[in-house]
Ligand binder design. Structure first.
Ligand SMILES: Nc1ncnc2c1ncn2[C@@H]1O[C@H](COP(=O)(O)OP(=O)(O)OP(=O)(O)O)[C@@H](O)[C@H]1O
Ligand SMILES: [Mg+2]
Length: 692
């Protein structure tokens, strides 16, 4: 929960500056883009307005020149007027007619008479009156009579002696203005138009011509407000537009340049798009980093928890291992003595009591073995072997440990590496796991054991804390599962949820101790009601498959020969001596290594040396064994110990080692094996002493 809050804060901290930055950058880019577009439109409007203004001024000037000609003095001769008008119209192709009217608006002369004109009545009376009233030229409004080409009229007063005597007007087509608009190469999609002072379209670049149509009220409102600026409008083709305009001084006409709103807003959209893209990318990167971080933190968290748990179990292991070891010595004495006693008592009831002692001792021995296993002090003899070679034995083991309702699957692919572990302890671990699975599936289910190769890298989320090549052996059931909060406890010795007498809580402790003692690890995954998977990671063994040593059952045949027994614990020595005697050996007992060595070097007759490993500070059993091996190569040597470390060192020096506590059968078997090995190695030397 706390972790999540931290992550959210971190996320916001990373994201906020990004958002602000992209917003600022985006807004900046947007403003710049739109400003460029606006200033482009303004430039074009200015250019066009100047052009249109010049064009109109030129027409007005021509007309004004005519008004000043002497022909206009006094009474005007109609024939001369027509002559002049004809000449003029020929030189100005866009002029359609030249009309003379009196200041009151009565048409006096026409050249030519325009079709549709009402006799004597001037066209665009309002503009004509204005020209007559002000004495200044006026550009009239656009006219689009039906079936005729649109036109507009320019009025120029004929002033004589400060008085307007006539008004001369020229009817013109707006085609020249359209050509002017077209000459400014507008960007594609843009359009331009000229509007008269009564807010009607004079001409525009895109068809249809629509001359005389009134313009949008919004445009009108804008023009009333200011002589130049912008407004938004809808084009005749339903294109939303942004329009820049400028009113020409004098005439009241205006020039408009429109760009599609989509184009005007394109920078905005582009900026938005860029910001969106940037934001999405940053968001993705931030999320990725957060995810990696969260994963890292989770792994660290898990690792720390696993380490803590490991330390706790290790401490527990030391205590249990230590206690179990001391108990072993006691059990050794109890069991050994009881075994010997059993042969001596004739009384049946006493025999039954001794049997009870033996059985209890046996149970105690089982218990201490399990505790030692958890404390990693088992008498492990790890070897390299291939699971594939033991598949039948494993299958039998699994099938025998679960009832028929449980389907058993065992998968060991041919490519699985060999493992390095104690095969017997592995069998024990699998048995414990199978029994747990059985108990978890009272109504049947599936038990699946699968091996796979695993290359572990520390820091990965595998919960092992290991690094290197391992074989992962997983045991999965479909049983009741284990609630999350109990998962850490299940490896503790004596942790059980089973009713008294059903479980001791030492099964998983053995599995844990075995995995650790094998330099591997064990993980457990489970959820209430969803089954459990326990995975053993065992180190990869050497490729040369080595078969595990198989113990042969001891035969009951009586042994003979002489044993030198070195043991510093008098009780253990007593029991061991009794066992050896019962087996038929003659025993010479020593309580320390040096005395035993002296005796042997002095020629003590012996076939076998049986020595404890931990013999006090002066000389260890292992040292004694090595010295005796040199000086008396004829002797078979067997070591004993209750410590797994000592056991391992003894084994690594090539001596057979007897793990305490042991019974008569085990001691007989190991001595027999040692003697066999001796005779195999050096037959000529070995035969003599044994025979003697
Ligand atoms: N496969 C499993 N499914 C459900 N719960 C399990 C499983 N394996 C172990 N447990 C739980 O973990 C506890 C400890 O298991 P462990 O094997 O150490 O002891 P036990 O089975 O109770 O006794 P023992 O194995 O000594 O007979 C069990 O009592 C059980 O609650
Ligand atoms: Mg169990």
């Amino acid at each position: 929960m706390k972790l999540n809050r931290q992550l959210v804060l971190l996320f916001l901290a990373a994201l906020l500056p990004l958002v602000v930055l992209s917003a600022v950058l985006g807004a900046g880019a947007l403003r710049q883009g739109q400003r460029a577009m606006v200033s482009d439109a303004q430039d074009r409007v200015s250019d066009l307005a100047a052009g249109v203004g010049r064009e109109l001024d030129a027409q007005v000037q021509v007309l004004q020149t005519v008004t000043q000609s002497p022909m206009m003095d006094g009474k005007i001769d109609e024939a001369r007027y027509d002559q002049m008008a004809e000449r003029l119209l020929r030189s100005r192709p866009l002029w359609r007619a030249l009309t003379l009217s009196d200041p009151q608006g009565q048409r006096l002369m026409d050249y030519p008479l325009l079709p549709g004109a009402v006799p004597r009545k001037v066209i665009d009376k309002a503009s004509q009156s204005e020209a007559a009233r002000t004495g200044r030229p006026v550009i009239g409004q656009i006219l689009s009579p039906p079936r005729l080409r649109p036109a507009f009229v320019i009025f120029a007063p004929v002033v004589r002696d400060g008085r307007v005597v006539y008004v001369l007007d020229a009817v013109m087509e707006p085609g020249a203005l359209r050509n002017l608009l077209l000459s400014n190469r507008l960007p594609s999609g843009w359009r331009a138009g000229v509007i008269d002072r009564s807010f009607r379209i004079v001409t525009r670049t895109i068809p249809p011509d629509a001359a005389g149509s009134p313009i949008d009220p919004d445009a009108r409102a804008a023009m009333v407000r200011s002589p130049a600026g912008f407004y938004r409008a809808m084009g005749w083709d339903k294109t939303p537009l942004v329009v820049a305009y400028r009113i020409l001084p004098g005439s009241g006409w205006s020039v408009h340049v429109a760009m599609p709103r989509a184009m005007y807003e394109a920078p905005f959209r582009r900026a938005l798009w860029l910001v969106g893209l940037g934001a999405a990318t940053s968001l993705m990167i931030v999320i990725l980093f957060m995810w990696l971080l969260a994963r890292e933190l989770r792994i660290r968290h898990k690792e720390a928890a696993a380490q803590e748990e490991g330390r706790r179990l290790e401490g527990l292991g030391r205590i249990t291992g230590g206690v179990a070891h001391d108990f072993n010595n006691l059990l050794m004495i109890i069991q050994g003595s009881a075994e010997l006693l059993k042969r001596r008592v004739g009384d049946e009831r006493a025999g039954a009591l001794v049997d009870a002692i033996l059985a209890a001792g046996q149970r105690g021995q089982t218990l201490t073995r399990q505790l030692l296993a958890f404390g990693r002090r088992s008498s492990h003899q790890p070897v390299s072997f291939r699971l594939q070679d033991r598949i039948e034995a494993l299958e039998t083991l699994l099938k025998q440990s679960v009832p028929a309702e449980v389907a058993v699957g065992l998968e060991v692919p041919p490519t699985a590496w060999p493992i390095h572990a104690d095969p017997d302890a592995l069998e024990m671990a699998l048995l414990n796991l199978a029994v747990n699975a059985r108990d978890a599936m009272p109504d049947g289910g599936q038990l699946k054991v699968a091996a796979s190769n695993a290359v572990l890298l520390r820091g990965r989320d595998d919960g092992t804390g290991l690094r290197g090549e391992f074989v992962a052996l997983s045991v999965a059931d479909t049983g009741v599962g284990i609630p999350q909060d109990r998962l850490l406890q299940v490896f503790e010795p004596f942790y059980t949820t089973k009713p008294p007498g059903k479980g001791t809580g030492l099964g998983l402790s053995q599995v844990y101790g075995f995995a650790n003692q094998s330099n591997g690890a064990v993980t457990i995954r489970s959820r209430s009601g969803e089954g459990t998977t326990v995975t053993l990671y065992l180190p990869r063994g050497t490729t040369a498959a080595v078969q595990a040593p198989r113990t042969r059952p001891a035969d009951a045949q009586r042994e003979c020969g002489r044993v030198v027994l070195v043991e510093d614990n008098p009780d253990v020595a007593e029991v061991t001596q009794a066992m050896l005697s019962a087996l038929g050996y003659t025993v010479s007992r020593f309580s320390d290594a040096s005395t035993a060595l002296e005796a042997l070097e002095a020629g003590e007759v012996a076939d076998v040396l049986v020595s404890d490993i931990a013999l006090g500070p002066a000389m260890s059993g292992l040292e004694l064994a090595q010295r005796v091996q040199e000086s008396r190569p004829d002797l078979s040597i067997v070591l004993m110990t209750g410590y797994s470390e000592a056991l391992a060192s003894g084994v690594s020096h090539g001596f057979p080692v007897l793990a305490k506590p042991f019974g008569q059968v085990q001691v007989a078997e190991i001595i027999r094996r040692a003697r066999e090995a001796r005779s195999d190695a050096a037959p000529s030397e070995a035969t003599a002493p044994i025979a003697g």
